[in-house]
Design a protein around this ligand. Structure first.
Ligand SMILES: [Zn+2]
Length: 246
């Protein structure tokens, strides 16, 4: 029920809010601001475990070869991309303190924290990716020094910005889930990013539409209320569906 409500509310929301809504619906004992304060990698680790509990651990996705355009079926397990056990994932939520990271690149020393869901939501309304990326760095960079003298993030050269983005990704395991792919048609090898937030959302979307269709069928056949049908066990619901359609 909570998941269905989260799906309904998420229909006109940004991907970052949808991801948070799904986690919130399935973690009612955790305050929403705590979930929003999780680094993106920790959020995605929770989403992967949530996906495992809802739909099982094997994931089938589709990719396309960037060289020849061949469509590729990609199959893997949650544990192939998630090396953290549930206890380690839960531990992050109990430790909400901001952890500072440091990057030294040339003359520059940058202190930053990892982006969170709250950051992604805050920058999601900006007009384009470049503006969002810049605003995200502004939020997450705590301090910048050039040769020991304090300066601002606007003064950072592009090479340091790139190094900073890479360092952030490396410091946040699971924030970027990469799949090593190989094209069977042209033998091209590449790495593809797997976005668990949008993948799980599309699965929940399909699930919600299936459930609502079942409610529609049973309500029409038997006159039952939506709540009664939704709270029925899946086994009994399926038996009544078979009877109604026979
Ligand atoms: Zn190819």
């Amino acid at each position: 029920m909570d998941l269905l409500l989260a799906w309904e509310r998420g229909l006109d929301q940004s991907p970052a809010r949808r991801a948070l809504a799904l986690l919130g619906a399935c973690s009612p004992d955790i305050a929403s601001d705590k979930l929003a304060a999780l680094p993106v990698g920790a959020r995605d680790a929770r989403l992967l475990r949530l996906r495992e509990s809802l739909f099982g651990d094997s994931i089938a996705a589709v990719s396309r070869c960037p060289e020849c355009g061949e469509k590729l079926d990609v199959a893997f397990n949650v544990d192939d991309v998630l090396d953290a056990p549930p206890e380690a994932i839960d531990k992050v939520i109990g430790d909400p303190g901001i952890q500072a990271h440091h990057l030294n690149a040339g003359d520059y020393d940058v202190t930053y924290r990892l982006p969170t869901s709250a950051d992604l939501i805050a920058v999601s309304l900006l007009p384009d990716d470049s503006a969002s990326q810049q605003a995200l760095l502004q939020r997450c960079v705590i301090g910048v020094q050039q040769s020991g003298v304090s300066t601002t993030i606007d003064m950072l050269p592009d090479t340091v910005i790139t190094a900073l983005s890479n360092d952030m990704a490396n410091a946040d395991p699971h924030a970027q889930i990469e799949l090593a792919l190989n094209c069977p048609a042209c033998d091209h090898a590449w790495h593809s990013l797997f976005d668990i937030a949008s993948f799980l959302w599309s699965e929940i979307h399909a699930w919600a539409q299936r459930i609502l269709h079942e409610v529609h069928t049973l309500a029409r056949a038997y006159g039952w209320r939506e709540l009664d049908i939704l709270t029925m066990s899946p086994t009994r619901r399926q038996i009544y569906l078979d009877l109604a359609q026979s």
